[in-house]
Design a protein around this ligand. Sequence first.
Ligand code: GRF
Length: 212
Amino acid sequence: MSSGKFLRLGVLGSGKGSNMVALAEACAARQIPAQIAVVLADVPDAGILKHACDRGLTAEYLPPGKFRTKLDEDAERAYVARLQSAQVDLVVLAGFMRVLKGDFLRAFPGRIVNIHPSLLPAFPGLEAWKQALDCGVKVTGCTVHFVDAGVDSGPIIAQETVPVLADDTPATLHERIQVVERRLYPQVVGALAEGRISTRGRMVVWAGTSRG
Ligand code: GRF
């Protein structure tokens, strides 16, 4: 994915935006050869927009259209057009609460990543940390993966574990997972920007590390 320049990121979110902040800080500190070209949200008062504005990033609310869990066709066209006009190389989902479909995926083949708060394929979908607690697992974690047409089902790029503690609540477990997410996501985006990640079918391979 690297062409020797800074990878241009389009970050999509619906919530508070702590992963976007971690990415923005890694870019600003030149820890990774990437820059955030645009931040888009489907929720007008999402924290991610405020955090982006506070950092001088281009940030916009784009209406999602008439569906609850996906973008409608007009919205999909608007998101793709905005990302293309910002010359985005990599679409980074950071708490974007809609499944991407057809034309969106075809516009950025192999160039959309997501972070999910569980060790996929366990606990896809909503409130994965609560699913882990309810299930009684002793270890959970987070996963960065390429996005395909399914729900949290694309090829896995990286995972890190987080222990489940006896006195965890959904909130404490999610917060500990998010601490790890904020370290892992910039690492993965940096590796993509440096061209250190390749795929063989569903297997994602890291060059020059023991990962994958
Ligand atoms: C993260 O836990 C991520 O795994 C999930 O949504 C949450 C987004 O958090 N997909 P934030 O908005 O980045 O703080």
